[in-house]
Design a protein around this ligand. Sequence first.
Ligand code: PMP
Length: 430
Amino acid sequence: LTATELAAVRADFPLLTRTVRDGKPLVYLDSAATSQKPECVIDAEQDYYLRRNAAVHRGAHALAEEATEAYENARAAVAGLVGIDTDELVWTKNATEGINLVAYAFSNASLGRGGTAAEQFRLGPRDEVVVTEAEHHANLVPWQELCARTGATLRWLGVTDSGRIDTGTLDVIGDRTRVVAFTHVSNVTGAISPVAEVVGAARRAGALVVLDACQSVPHLPVDLRALDVDFAVFSGHKMLGPTGIGALYGRRELLEAMPPFGTGGSMVEVVTMTETTYAAPPQRFEAGTQMVAQTVGLHAAADYLTELGMAAVAAHEAELTAHLLHGIGQIDGVRVLGPTDPADRVGVVAFTVDGVHPHDVGQLLDDAGIAVRVGHHCAQPLHRRLGAQSSARASVGLHTTTAEIDQFCAELARVRQFFLGETVTGGALA
Ligand code: PMP
């Protein structure tokens, strides 16, 4: 993005103009947790409530028709952004729900009702589910639970010292593997996974692939069909959209063979007092009144990203990431978790500061108006693997500037001086 384009982008985000902590301009470096929203997203959601609000897929009146159209148009726009067909996108409340929905399909809950196609989701004690040590808890706990319910065994690919999925451990995927679930981009290290290698191993084993695309869809051009995965999930709130809306991609023939997750209204065809036939996907997986306003907001977010172009977003963020890694690299006693080569990662940068607890790091930065996240970022096993209890994490958004990164690095340089009394070059302690 040129300076002019970046200024225009920033002007689209009302929240970025506010100050925090006694008038300090906000430096928002927590987009990996949730993104800020451009005004068009907020407007779209409000406009929906002001002018078009109605329950979708029911009622013959004009508003119901318009609301249904808005809901389905949003599905098409978001599907288009990630290169899939509209009817292969199921709305969920977030990525976590999407993973639970897929895991539930394997829990043998409706075998006997789903016909022979459902057999491919049968899971038993001889079967294995493979994840990685780099997963967000959202892509780990549902698989642990599934294994507990079915007697299947959970196995995992290892992670290298630099936080990448260790392709040397791909032989964990074998004849018994039925599902391989892994993240596209780590929410801790920002590492971009070797998707082709993992998918290749899964294919050779005849296993289904579930991709957690939460941290890739907002930051990189993502074509789910080209990645050749069977399922993928992502969350609206991390990609400039509202909270309360996420998406699950499933290959059509798989969705057709899957049992519903929630049951009730809106997902049925014929209901008698004893039996029910289910609607075709994606409606089968959208039980009850849906989050229409949120889909409309997410539609605006998808349009916003499409208009900027994901390649331009990725290029801008790659510059920021390189600048951030270089800046942190100049500061003594700060260790970055994850790949040091900017080409291997996105702008999600977790780090530890020798001798200083991440919460103290976060608080000092917060005093300067800089928002970062601290803790284990819902990835305890990965932290354990990388030898850290917890970390602080700075993550960029498409509105982030190099000046903000410089300010962050200057404050970070003062952290050890503040807590440990060390002399640090650059910037006197206020
Ligand atoms: N996976 C990854 C990689 C994430 O970063 C997150 C959100 N931190 C999730 C899954 C879960 O997303 P949500 O909380 O929106 O369901």
